[in-house]
Design a protein around this ligand. Structure first.
Ligand SMILES: CC(C)(COP(=O)(O)OP(=O)(O)OC[C@H]1O[C@@H](n2cnc3c(N)ncnc32)[C@H](O)[C@@H]1OP(=O)(O)O)[C@@H](O)C(=O)NCCC(=O)NCCS
Length: 168
């Protein structure tokens, strides 16, 4: 199984949108993406990569088929204490590709990207406690749970997040 991270191009937007389901919306995005919005997001990621700042994201390819998405963001301060500066990770895997270790592989690859590009020394995963699949991904990747803090989900409802951290 070959898992690779590659920059996302406009022609990948349709496959990315088709890979969203109710789990993606519930736990990550708060709504289904449009083609135009997804392309605009890819453009922002490309600009950030070029400038070497902000959120940088990739498509996750499994044997040359787009199977998910992962990004890293050094600017997310939610739930942090003074002195903490972890790089936040977000990810989703398309339904057809779930349960095969794609997320664990993608998190490992984005952690290497963070280290190789000197973006940060610690990674963070913020996850709702009921999102058992993502909690398991964090645990499998060596993250430790630090604290629970109040937040809003992507739809604006009050929830709690668990902050997981991992020194790279
Ligand atoms: C969370 C998500 C990315 C996991 O992707 P995945 O590629 O299926 O995960 P993996 O195959 O790498 O599995 C990692 C671990 O999670 C476990 N897992 C996967 N799906 C699970 C589920 N529905 N319930 C419980 N555990 C689950 C796997 O068994 C594995 O643990 P194990 O090795 O101990 O068996 C995927 O379910 C998803 O896209 N969810 C919607 C978006 C989301 O929640 N993003 C994260 C927001 S914090």
């Amino acid at each position: 199984m070959a898992i690779e991270l590659r920059p996302l191009r406009h022609e990948d937007a349709a496959a990315q949108c088709a890979g969203e389901d109710e789990q993606t919306v519930r736990w990550l995005t708060g709504g289904y993406g449009t083609l135009a919005g997804t392309r605009a997001h890819f453009d922002r990621l490309a600009a950030n990569a070029e400038a070497g700042r902000g959120k940088r994201g990739f498509g996750v390819w499994w044997d040359d088929r787009l199977a998910g998405y992962v990004d890293c963001d050094p600017d997310n301060r939610d739930g942090l204490q003074p002195g903490e500066a972890p790089v936040n990770l977000s990810y989703c895997v398309h339904p057809w590709a779930r349960g095969h270790g794609v997320a664990v592989a993608a998190v490992g690859l984005i952690c290497s990207y963070i280290t190789d590009n000197a973006i940060g020394e610690t990674a963070a995963i913020r996850v709702e406690p009921a999102n058992t699949a993502s909690v398991r991904v964090a645990e499998r990747c060596g993250f430790r749970r630090c604290r629970r803090y109040p937040a809003r989900d992507p739809a604006g409802n009050p929830i709690s997040y668990d902050l997981y951290l991992h020194d790279l």
